[in-house]
Write a protein that binds this ligand. Structure first.
Ligand code: SF4
Length: 91
């Protein structure tokens, strides 16, 4: 199975009113040279558009990678509220 096939087997209960991850300071992303979130996130939640980073948490697999790889500590990361977020289904 590819990563995409495995991710497609999961289900999400998205907490649309309270994203569990936030970019603390969007201006910091503009200055960030390598922008590792855009290529390290397995769910491709971070997309560069021009000089800004757009974060969409709907497909987040709650791995915590973005929090670790951000060289500026610019990610506010919490688990989703109880019962929300990813529901893992193993294939
Ligand atoms: Fe992507 Fe993992 Fe961060 Fe979720 S926790 S946004 S899947 S890197």
């Amino acid at each position: 199975f590819t990563i995409e096939e495995r991710l497609n087997a999961n289900a999400w209960d998205v907490d649309i009113h309270r994203p569990h991850i936030k970019i603390k300071d969007p201006d910091m992303c503009r200055k960030c040279e390598k922008k590792p979130c855009t290529y390290m996130c397995p769910a491709k939640c971070y997309v560069q558009q021009g000089d800004i980073i757009v974060l969409s948490t709907e497909a987040c697999v709650e791995c915590g990678t973005c929090r670790v790889v951000c060289p500026h500590g610019n990610i506010e990361w919490n688990y989703p509220r109880s019962g929300m977020g990813i529901w893992y289904r193993f294939t």
